[in-house]
Write a protein that binds this ligand. Structure first.
Ligand SMILES: NC(=O)c1ccc[n+]([C@@H]2O[C@H](COP(=O)([O-])OP(=O)(O)OC[C@H]3O[C@@H](n4cnc5c(N)ncnc54)[C@H](O)[C@@H]3O)[C@@H](O)[C@H]2O)c1
Length: 358
């Protein structure tokens, strides 16, 4: 088992990454001094696969466990679902020393964190992420939230978990496309922070695609270390943390304009990363070699790298301008200077985007 510390003063916590360690969560939890009443939040898909193992581990350690299942799907990351969670917690009499356990992907993690941050003005929560995206990204860093009919992730809070417990074996049941989508975020860490990780992905492609235990452990550990380091330096995204949005300015717009149906999140980010690398080259911040290296890696993992046809420049610009990351009408882009280093640039003009798409 590998341990990574997210250093945030009194809100610091550990990420544990193991293989087959789901059943040990009960003993780990006993170290925290939570009250006996705790709740497991999951969805039917994940619960069917891992619910029994986790529930048994928790009950065997003496916890009185309430279970709340939210239907599977992004559309259930809503205030309505949060209210259902509150109702279950109140009925089960969870108190201020209780903890919520999120078992699932980013949807379950985000909504559980949000419910934990608001139930009785805030109780503790634990992340047990079961998708690659959740293991390398969403379970770490304390962004929680739900969607609003007018915008994704528009309602939320910063609320750090007390523990992140990763079992890489859960990836064995993850649909292939979801796994590859998670790899999009791993590639992102390579580009923004760590050229070695980028090279590792290239050199170990087959092992990663075969879910080789050592290779998975390496890329998940490195991703968590990088995210932990960035979040420790800038918890609330007043500066450095923004580099985690590389590929997301265009990626989000692509998701919005295709109605969140055509692409998974990491797929849209892969397209965004390729275009934003091209933009960087077009603006003279990097040569043409870096965008080509990135496109090759993304293509080799079977992720999309090109803007889908039919998206108009005007609607793309509009969509980027109403994004939560736009401040004062200025589009912020995270642009690679070389693999492993990026800068945040606010001077992009609509004309640059027009040229890029052409
Ligand atoms: N908080 C953050 O910092 C942050 C960062 C990135 C993304 N997110 C959010 O994360 C969400 C996306 O997360 P996601 O990609 O994990 O999607 P998800 O939670 O919808 O999971 C994807 C699918 O995989 C299934 N699944 C999960 N684990 C499985 C397993 N081990 N075996 C088989 N099936 C499994 C789920 O039931 C679901 O159908 C979005 O809502 C996004 O906004 C949050």
């Amino acid at each position: 088992v590998e341990k990574i510390r997210v250093a945030l003063d009194e809100r610091s916590y550990d990420i544990f990454i193991g293989e087959g360690n789901l059943k040990e969560i009960g003993g780990k939890l006993s170290e925290f001094g939570f009250s006996d009443k705790i709740a497991l939040i999951s969805n039917p898909t994940v619960y069917e696969l891992y619910g029994e193992t986790v529930s048994k581990a928790l009950r065997d350690s003496g916890y009185d466990l309430a279970e709340v299942l939210i239907p599977d799907g992004e559309e259930y990351k809503s205030l309505d679902s949060a209210e259902e969670i509150y109702t279950s917690l109140l009925k089960a009499k969870l108190d201020r020393k209780s903890a919520l356990i999120a078992l699932g992907g980013g949807v379950i993690g985000d909504i559980t964190g949000f419910a934990a941050s608001t139930y009785m003005r805030g109780i503790d929560f634990i992340q047990i992420p079961t998708t690659l995206l959740a293991q390398v990204d969403s379970s770490v860093g304390g962004k929680t939230g739900v969607n609003h009919p007018l915008g994704k992730n528009m309602i939320g809070s910063f609320w750090q978990p007390r523990l992140v417990w990763i079992d890489t074996l859960t990836l064995n049941t993850l649909p292939r496309r979801e796994f590859l989508s998670g790899l999009g975020e791993v590639i992102k860490y390579g580009v923004i922070w760590d050229r070695e990780l980028f090279s590792y992905l290239d050199a170990n492609r087959n092992k990663i695609l075969e879910l080789d235990a050592k290779a998975l452990m390496h890329i998940i550990r490195r991703s968590c270390e990088i995210k932990a380091e960035i979040v420790s330096k800038d918890e609330r995204e007043s500066g450095l943390r923004a580099i985690l949005n590389y590929g997301h300015t265009i990626g989000h717009a692509v998701e919005t304009l295709t109605g969140y149906k055509k692409y998974l999140h990491g797929e849209a980010v892969a397209i965004g990363m390729c275009l934003e690398a091209e933009l960087s080259s077009q603006l003279g911040f990097t040569g043409s070699n870096e965008p080509a290296m990135l496109k090759n890696l993304i293509d080799s993992f079977g992720l999309p790298s090109e803007m889908p046809s039919g998206i108009q420049t005007g609607e793309l610009l509009l969509s980027m301008q109403i994004d939560k990351k736009t401040v004062g009408g200025k589009m912020h882009f995270v642009l690679p200077e070389k693999i492993g280093r990026v800068k945040v640039y606010s001077g992009t003009e609509p004309e640059d985007i027009r040229r890029l798409l052409e």
